[in-house]
Write a protein that binds this ligand. Structure first.
Ligand SMILES: NC(=O)c1ccc[n+]([C@@H]2O[C@H](COP(=O)([O-])OP(=O)(O)OC[C@H]3O[C@@H](n4cnc5c(N)ncnc54)[C@H](OP(=O)(O)O)[C@@H]3O)[C@@H](O)[C@H]2O)c1
Length: 248
């Protein structure tokens, strides 16, 4: 490859999100921040959706502050985000919680609401908005969709999130809405302090696979996930298509 080709490739990588507005939920979390930094490096205009009131300040590799619009939201009030999401080209649904060993009724409710139901409601909302341009939604499930995560409610809620995504994608995905599923292995964060990978490595790999145009983005050291996850999504697709119908 010549120097000019390499420069052209680098320019393309840097400009991939130029002029595109990307909103990320769970923005103040480890992966949320890492994704915002990587997306900024590729030219995106950023909207940080956060349930926290603390101002989010991010800097690039040179220490220059990253411009971003910070918006507060809460699970259950997804509809209030409609005017904001109308301006977005890409929505990254990334927020999540891990109740670890808690199996109380309150933990069941919280896990289902945060990990599965609010994610599904945001997907429906984003898909329902009128847009004349192609848009994308990326949904961060987890390899807990198909593997043990030493956390029953995390597994149950992530499986529900993944299954709802498979079912509703049959109707919602189309030429104007690209849906990408992010299936991630363990990385270090408040949610998983002993994760093997770093959030910035995971964010870089996500964007690399997005640049390859993958709909199923898998980042994990576990080789089984690369085998089982495509099988799981494919068999769900066949089964849901065979036994369910679109509205009307
Ligand atoms: N860490 C792992 O090993 C791992 C592996 C696979 C998948 N994942 C998934 O990756 C995503 C990001 O997780 P992370 O590891 O970066 O964890 P994290 O640092 O704990 O970030 C999760 C973020 O979700 C948001 N959140 C938490 N509770 C919320 C609530 N009740 N309502 C709305 N937002 C809430 C918070 O961000 P705000 O305060 O900004 O709202 C929080 O910082 C999650 O969906 C997680 O399931 C993680």
């Amino acid at each position: 490859m010549t120097h000019a080709d390499r420069n052209a490739q680098l320019r393309m990588r840097l400009e991939r999100f130029q002029g595109r507005t990307v909103a990320v939920t769970g923005a103040s979390g480890s992966l949320g921040q890492a994704l915002l930094q990587q997306l900024h490096a590729q030219g995106a205009q950023l909207i940080a959706l956060t349930s926290s009131q603390t101002p989010l300040t991010l800097a690039d590799a040179e220490g220059t502050p990253i411009p971003l619009e910070q918006i507060s939201w809460r699970c259950g009030a997804e509809q209030e985000l409609a005017p904001l999401l109308e301006r977005c080209d890409v929505l990254v649904i990334n927020h999540g919680i891990n109740s670890h060993g808690d199996r109380s009724a309150a933990a069941v409710e919280r896990s289902l609401e945060v990990n599965a139901l609010s994610s599904w409601r945001l997907l429906e909302l984003f898909a329902s908005l009128k847009a004349s341009r192609p848009r994308e939604v990326w949904i961060n499930t987890s390899e807990a969709e198909i593997q043990a995560a030493v956390s029953p409610l995390y597994e149950i809620s992530k499986r529900l999130q993944g299954q709802l995504l498979s079912l509703r994608s049959l109707d919602l995905a189309g030429p104007n809405l690209r849906i990408r599923r992010l299936v991630l292995g363990p990385f270090r964060s408040a949610l998983n302090p002993i994760g093997l990978m770093s959030a910035s490595f995971v964010a870089r790999e996500i964007l690399r696979q997005v640049s390859w145009n993958c709909s199923l983005v898998i980042v994990t050291p576990n080789p089984l996930t690369y085998l089982l996850m495509p099988l799981a999504t494919c068999s769900r697709w066949l089964y849901f298509r065979a036994v369910s119908q679109p509205a009307g």
